[in-house]
Design a protein around this ligand. Structure first.
Ligand code: FES
Length: 108
């Protein structure tokens, strides 16, 4: 099963299994990882699942998946960067095994 490493704002990190077809937001919630709220359940409509894709993974993961994600990201509480994504819109595949995402200081 592919793994995702979540790096908190304070630098602490957790690596967990996230099944193929599951999204990175749920991967955090199901594993008790703080720093991602995911209030809308991935609708997407809340932007409380904001993350920064690690530089080593941006080419594979790609940018925001359409205008809805791009517009929602503008409403995220933390600073938006070129690597910002909504983690509910990143769907795991074997190709993303080893993915690293950084979590923002806040989701509110
Ligand atoms: S969980 Fe709400 S936009 Fe991702």
């Amino acid at each position: 099963m592919p793994q995702v490493t979540y790096i908190q704002f304070d630098g602490s990190k957790q690596t967990v299994d996230v099944p193929v077809g599951e999204n990175v937001m749920r991967g955090a919630l199901y594993n008790g990882i703080d720093g991602i709220a995911g209030e809308c359940g991935g609708a997407p409509s809340c932007a409380t699942c904001h993350c920064y894709v690690d530089d080593a993974w941006t080419a594979k993961v790609g940018g925001p998946d359409g205008d809805v994600e791009a517009e929602l990201l503008e409403a995220a509480a933390a600073e938006i960067k070129a690597t910002s994504r909504l983690s509910c819109q990143i769907v795991m595949s074997e190709a993303l095994d080893g993915l690293v995402v950084h979590l923002p200081e806040t989701q509110y």
